[in-house]
Design a protein around this ligand. Structure first.
Ligand code: FES
Length: 106
């Protein structure tokens, strides 16, 4: 099974290197939650923002859909360039070696 690596900087600044399989239909929130790095309270519906993170690498990720943009708009800690909801980012080969920083609670 093919795998990709995800580099995570948690809220304390600690770095984590996570290797996760492709082809399981996971999203980035699923992976971060399984390592207790985000809460993912709404289960990936773009309704809670507890999976808010900053993309620190220059990976090309599909643009946000309206529900993700609406949720991000409500956050004080939003960064127009880097903010994403991890639950809206599928685990695909294109994000191999991505660098993700967990956003502080809003
Ligand atoms: Fe709730 Fe991503 S898990 S918005």
């Amino acid at each position: 099974m093919k795998e990709i690596t995800i580099n995570v900087i948690d809220e304390t600044g600690k770095k984590h290197k996570i290797v996760t399989p492709l082809e399981m239909g996971l999203n980035l929130m699923d992976v971060l939650r399984s390592h207790d790095l985000v809460e993912g309270a709404c289960g990936g519906m773009a309704l809670c923002a507890t999976c808010h993170c900053y993309i620190e690498s220059d990976h090309q990720i599909a643009n946000q859909k309206d529900d993700e943009l609406a949720m991000l708009d409500q956050l004080f800690s939003v960064d127009d360039e880097k903010s994403r909801l991890a639950c809206q980012i599928p685990i695909i080969e294109a994000i191999n070696n991505i660098i993700v920083k967990i956003a502080p609670p809003d």
